[in-house]
Design a protein around this ligand. Structure first.
Ligand code: FDA
Length: 393
């Protein structure tokens, strides 16, 4: 039952950032109320990393985050690091492993991370109200007043930690943006990120490759990721595509290097080695068979290699190293792991996450215009920004 007296802080959203912020402030002796419309905390944590939660990344650095202000995340990420979170995980005896590229996962289950954060909240005497809708928020006489479940609770500080709109069926909303706008804070236009891209038109033919995966470099402008790409029945997915989707704004083409391990001149070298070979066979030696076949058809090169001029083979090689796709969209918030954009960092202190123009209003986690790469970076931002606000409340 919520306390009738004002709290020091009400935190809206019992996800990754809200739980971390509540535990941090609570353990500093602050009276904290953590509120969520879901009936259980940390639902995205539970489904993350295939149920094992990729809880941080050892290579966390500000340049692995997208934001209108690329410097904003430096302070919080520098003060609460991947090693700090790892130390917490180890303090709770949770076994973990590094999977790849610095990505740390639980050996057991993501449930352990939620249980750990709830234990930390208990250690700070954090109170919870779950399963109640917030119907109004006001600010007067130095107090934030939140109406939930027909009652009013109040606090000196209010923390917006309700995340972004990715995966609405899990209860995700753009609520943080509405509240931010109510208090006059700007919001950088949000869009789905870490999301599969869809293909249409002539490229629809690639959908026939649904299920085929291969290592590529996926590029958008100057940014590129070397990881697996996967063809799907709607277009393109896999880690390389999810990563590049966060940089894709809808108009650009996506360049795919299908053979990132090949040196320039490999196709003419293949011609010298096997003059009577076909281009499809040369590709099939490097790529999954169905993909090799489709690419060979699209290159419109048939016949034996010795009948194809070197200059034509060199052109084909260049195309294979920068195959241009024009996605016609993404699979949207329904499939997006995160949201890019959000509450403008220009409105917030990078040290405390407090709004510059509204005293004691804070925004943390995915609600803010800071979005990490795939691989534990988004949770690390949630922990770091939650910790920074929790220290300041
Ligand atoms: P988060 O979404 O965790 O929490 C927001 C909370 O606010 C929720 O509990 C929600 O119910 C509540 N809320 C929303 N609207 C509300 C309203 N109107 N009123 C009250 N409460 C409201 N990241 C990573 O680093 N490693 C990983 O392995 C993964 N894996 C992954 C898998 C999948 C399928 C998804 C969708 C996402 C990931 N992520 C991830 C991303 C990661 O889950 C995400 O970045 C963090 O959960 C963001 O933390 P927040 O606390 O900001 O929001």
């Amino acid at each position: 039952m919520p306390h009738p007296l004002p709290y020091d802080a009400i935190i809206l959203g019992a996800g990754a950032a809200g739980l971390m912020c509540a535990a941090t402030a609570g353990q500093r002796g602050k009276r904290v109320l953590l509120v969520d419309h879901a009936d259980a905390p940390g639902k995205k944590i539970l489904i993350s990393g295939g149920g094992r939660c990729n809880f941080t990344n050892l290579h966390t650095a500000p340049d692995r985050y997208i934001s209108a202000n690329p410097h904003f995340a430096k302070s919080a990420l520098g003060r609460y690091t991947a090693q700090d979170f790892l130390a917490l995980v180890e303090k709770h005896g949770i076994a973990w492993h590094e999977k790849t590229l610095g990505q740390l996962f639980c050996d057991g289950s993501a449930k352990q991370i939620v249980a750990m954060l709830l234990d930390e909240c208990d250690a700070g005497n954090v109170e919870h109200v779950l399963g109640q809708s917030i119907t109004a928020i006001d600010h007067s006489d130095g107090l934030f007043r939140v109406t939930l479940g027909g009652r009013e609770v109040s606090a000196t500080s209010l923390v917006l930690a309700t995340g972004g709109p990715s995966i609405p069926k899990m209860g995700a909303t753009g609520f943080a943006y509405e509240v931010a706008r109510q208090f006059g804070l700007k919001v950088v236009e949000p869009r789905p990120a870490l999301v599969p891209l869809t293909l249409g038109g002539d490229e629809i033919l690639f959908r026939e490759l649904s299920g085929v995966a291969t290592e590529v470099v996926a590029k958008c402008g100057k940014t590129g990721f070397r990881e697996a790409a996967l063809f799907t029945h709607r277009g393109l997915s896999g880690p390389a595509i999810l990563q590049i989707s966060s940089y894709w704004r809808g108009a650009e083409t996506i360049g795919i290097d299908f053979l990132p391990a090949q040196r320039s001149g490999w196709l003419t070298a293949a011609k010298r080695a096997k003059p009577r070979g076909q281009i499809g066979a040369a590709l099939a030696a490097q790529l999954p068979g169905r993909l090799a076949e489709t690419l060979a058809q699209r290159l419109e090169l048939s016949g034996e290699l010795h009948n194809i001029k070197d200059s034509v083979l060199n052109d084909a090689e260049r195309r294979l190293a920068d195959w241009r796709f024009s996605p016609n969209g993404t699979e949207g918030y329904a499939k997006a792991e995160v949201t890019v954009g959000g509450i403008s960092t220009a409105e917030l202190s990078s040290q405390t996450m407090q709004a510059k123009r509204v005293e004691n209003l804070y925004a943390i986690g995915e609600a803010v215009d800071v979005t990490g790469w795939l691989g534990g970076y988004n949770f690390q931002w949630a922990w770091a920004s939650g910790w920074a606000a929790g220290q300041s409340i």
